[in-house]
Design a protein around this ligand. Structure first.
Ligand code: PEP
Ligand code: MG
Length: 577
C-alpha cells in the first residue's frame, strides 16, 4: 500500500530506488560470511575490540575527578561488568566459529538475545539496564569499526539504485558515502544544519532527515521515491505517481545541466558588482567538484574529516600531504583551511568522552588549546603546505580575546619551530576566525583588530543564538535564518567588517541557500562559500540581481519582526526584476 512520510529535505533532487535499511554504529549491523581460514583473524579482531573497550573503561575510571558523584564510578563499573560477562566477551567468539560470520554480527546476535531477556523482566530498575547493555555493545561495535568503514557493500542491488534508510547517522558515517554511489539516503533523526545534513548536501544526492519513523515503516527492498527538495518520501508509489516523478527527475537533471554551463561565467550582478563564490569541502578528493561547479576557491575545508573513521590520528606529514594536495590542485586559487573542529557530533576515540552538553563543551578551538601538541602538529602541517599554494588558516568557535591570543601564540610557536628547522612556509599566511558564537559577533571589534579575515558560520551562529541544538530533530522547526536576531547579527557583522576593511565571507548553509542570495547581497555580503553543487544556482541568482535596486527592501527587512511579513518581503525581493 502506498503512503507518504514528511521530513526535512536537506539536499534537493529526486531519487527513485529500492530501500536498503542500514544502521550506524548501533545495534543493527550487516551480516557477512567469512571463509573458514579467516575465523582466527575474525576472532582476534573481536578480542582486540573487547580489549580496547576494556582499556577505555580503565581510562575512564582512572580519570574520575575527585569529588565527582559516586554514581559515575558505579556507572563505569557496571559497564565494565557487562563487558566482562562471558555473554558479550566470550560467547560471540563461539558464534564466529560456528556460524562463520563477522564479529559485528556475532555480537549483535548475542546482544539481541540478552536484550530479549531484559524485555521480559518485570522489575523497572533492572529493565532499564537494557540501555546500559546497548551502550556497551555500541562501544564494542565502534571499536570494531575502527578497522574497515562500517558501511559494508550492500547485500544486493547496484549502489546507484539504493536508497539508504537509517535511524541516525553521524557526520563520520556520512562522509564515508563519498566513496559510494547511493541514489539517496534518509534518516529518522537530525536537523537541517546538523553536520550530517551538511555532509549530505556535499554528496549532491537527494536526502531527507527527521523522517521520524521511516526506519520502522519502510521494508527492505521496497520501491521508494525521495523528493529531497520538498522533504517527501513516497513508499510503494502507484504507476501514475511513479511516472510523474520520473518526469520531474528528468526535468531536474536538465535544469542542473543547464546551470552547469555557467561554470566559466563570472559571478557579476546586473549592476556590475563582482561576487566571490567559493566552495566548502570535507576531503581532498572533493576538489574535483569545486572545479566542475565553477567555484573560484575553497572558502572552508573542514579539516576534521581527515581525523574521522580511523583508529589513529593523521600525523603532521600525512596532514601536510593532504593540505598540499588541495593547495596544488587549486592552482593558486584561495584555499581556506579550518583547523580541526572536533568535539560535539564529530568525535574521535581519543577525544573528550561523556560531556554533559557536547555542543557547549570541549569543541573546536577549545579542544585544540587543551591538546597543544596535536594542535601544533596541525599548525605546522598547514604552514608547511602554505609554501605550495594560496592557503589561509581559519579558526573555529573562537569566542574571546584570550582565545585569540592563545591561538596566535600557538601559531607563532609553530612558525618558530619551522624556522629552527629551516623549513619554508608563507610568512604572510592569513589567519581568520569563524564568527559562529554570538559572543564573537557581539564583541567583533577585537576579532577585526587581531585577525586578517572573518567567516560567518551561520549553522552554529543560529544554533547558539536561538538555543536550538542543530542535531536535534525535535527542535528543528525552530531553525530560522530569517529570525530578526540572526538577520541583524549577520548585517552588523558585514557592516563592521567592511568598515574595518577586513574581508568577510559567509560559509554556513545560509550562503548556499539560493532563496537568501539576494537578501545577503542586499545586506552587503560579497563573498559566499557553500557546497560546490550549490554554486551554479547561486551564480545564476547573482547574474539576475540588481543589487542597487534591492538594497532598500533588504534594509527594511532588518526592522521587520513579524515572521509572516518577513517571508512576504523575502518573496518580494526574490521576485524583483
Ligand atoms: C557553521 O557553523 O556555519 C560552519 C560553517 O561550520 P560547521 O557547519 O562545520 O560547524
Ligand atoms: Mg560551525
Amino acid at each position: 500500500m502506498s503512503f507518504t512520510l514528511h521530513g526535512i529535505g536537506v539536499s534537493g533532487g529526486i531519487a527513485i530506488g529500492r530501500a536498503h535499511l542500514v544502521s550506524h554504529a548501533a545495534l543493527e549491523v550487516n551480516h557477512y560470511v567469512i571463509p573458514p581460514h579467516q575465523v582466527m583473524e575474525e576472532s582476534l579482531r573481536f578480542d582486540a575490540a573487547i580489549q580496547k573497550v576494556r582499556a577505555e573503561f580503565n581510562g575512564l575510571r582512572a580519570e574520575i575527578p575527585a569529588g565527582a558523584p559516586a554514581e559515575f564510578e558505579a556507572f563505569v563499573n557496571l559497564h565494565r561488568m557487562i563487558l566482562d560477562d562471558s555473554t558479550l566477551s566470550a560467547e560471540p567468539r563461539r558464534i564466529i566459529e560456528t556460524e562463520l560470520c563477522n564479529a559485528e554480527w556475532a555480537i549483535k546476535v548475542q546482544s539481541d538475545a540478552l536484550l530479549a531477556q531484559f524485555d521480559a523482566i518485570e522489575d523497572t530498575y533492572l529493565r532499564e539496564r537494557r540501555n546500559d547493555v546497548i551502550q556497551v555493545v555500541e562501544r564494542v561495535l565502534r571499536a570494531l569499526s575502527g578497522q574497515p568503514g562500517y558501511v559494508p557493500p550492500p547485500a544486493s542491488g547496484a549502489e546507484q539504485d539504493l536508497i539508504l534508510i537509517a535511524r541516525d547517522l553521524s557526520p563520520a558515517d556520512v562522509v564515508q558515502f563519498k566513496r559510494h554511489h547511493f541514489a539517496s539516503f534518509i534518516t529518522d533523526l537530525g536537523g537541517a544544519t546538523s553536520h550530517t545534513a551538511v555532509v549530505a548536501r556535499s554528496l549532491n544526492i537527494p536526502s531527507i532527515v527527521a523522517l521520524r519513523r521511516a526506519r520502522e515503516l519502510v521494508r527492505e527492498d521496497e520501491l521508494v521515491i525521495v523528493d529531497g527538495s520538498n522533504g517527501v518520501l513516497i513508499i510503494d508509489p502507484d504507476q501514475r505517481v511513479l511516472n510523474e516523478y520520473q518526469q520531474r527527475k528528468l526535468a531536474f537533471g536538465a535544469v542542473r545541466r543547464k546551470l552547469l554551463s555557467l561554470r566559466d561565467t563570472q559571478a557579476v550582478t546586473r549592476d556590475g558588482v563582482a561576487v566571490d563564490l567559493q566552495a566548502n569541502i570535507e576531503l581532498p578528493d572533493d576538489v574535483e567538484q569545486v572545479w566542475e561547479n565553477g567555484a573560484v576557491g575553497i572558502g572552508l575545508f573542514r579539516s576534521e574529516f581527515l581525523f574521522l573513521n580511523r583508529p589513529d590520528l593523521p600525523d603532521e606529514d600525512e596532514q601536510f600531504e593532504a593540505y598540499r594536495k588541495v593547495a596544488l590542485a587549486m592552482k593558486g586559487q584561495p584555499v581556506t583551511i579550518r583547523t580541526y573542529d572536533l568535539g560535539a557530533d564529530k568525535t574521535i576515540d581519543d577525544g573528550p568522552q561523556h560531556q554533559i552538553n557536547p555542543a557547549l563543551g570541549l569543541r573546536a578551538i577549545r579542544l585544540c588549546l587543551t591538546e597543544p601538541q596535536r594542535f601544533l602538529s596541525q599548525l605546522r602541517a598547514l604552514l608547511r603546505a602554505s609554501h605550495y599554494g594560496n592557503i589561509s588558516i581559519l579558526i573555529p568557535m573562537l569566542a574571546s580575546s584570550t582565545e585569540i591570543d592563545q591561538t596566535l601564540q600557538m601559531i607563532a610557536r609553530a612558525k618558530a619551530s619551522l624556522d629552527d628547522e629551516g623549513i619554508a612556509y608563507n610568512r604572510q599566511v592569513k589567519i581568520g576566525s569563524m564568527i559562529e558564537v554570538p559572543a564573537a559577533a557581539l564583541a567583533l571589534d577585537v576579532f577585526l583588530r587581531k585577525l586578517d579575515f572573518i567567516s560567518i558560520g551561520t549553522n552554529d551562529l543560529i544554533q547558539y543564538t536561538l538555543a536550538i541544538d542543530r542535531a536535534d530533530d525535535s527542535v528543528a522547526y525552530l531553525y530560522d535564518p530569517l529570525h530578526p536576531a540572526i538577520l541583524n547579527l549577520v548585517s552588523t557583522i558585514i557592516k563592521r567588517a567592511d568598515k574595518a576593511q577586513v574581508p568577510v565571507t559567509m560559509c554556513g548553509e545560509m550562503a548556499g541557500d539560493v532563496s537568501l542570495t539576494r537578501l545577503l547581497l542586499g545586506l552587503g555580503l560579497r563573498s559566499f562559500s557553500m557546497h560546490a553543487a550549490h554554486v551554479p544556482d547561486v551564480k545564476q541568482q547573482v547574474l539576475e540581481t540588481d543589487v542597487a535596486a534591492l538594497r532598500a527592501l533588504a534594509t527594511r527587512m532588518l526592522r521587520a519582526t513579524d515572521p509572516v511579513r518577513l517571508k512576504a518581503m523575502l518573496a518580494k525581493l526574490n521576485g524583483m526584476n
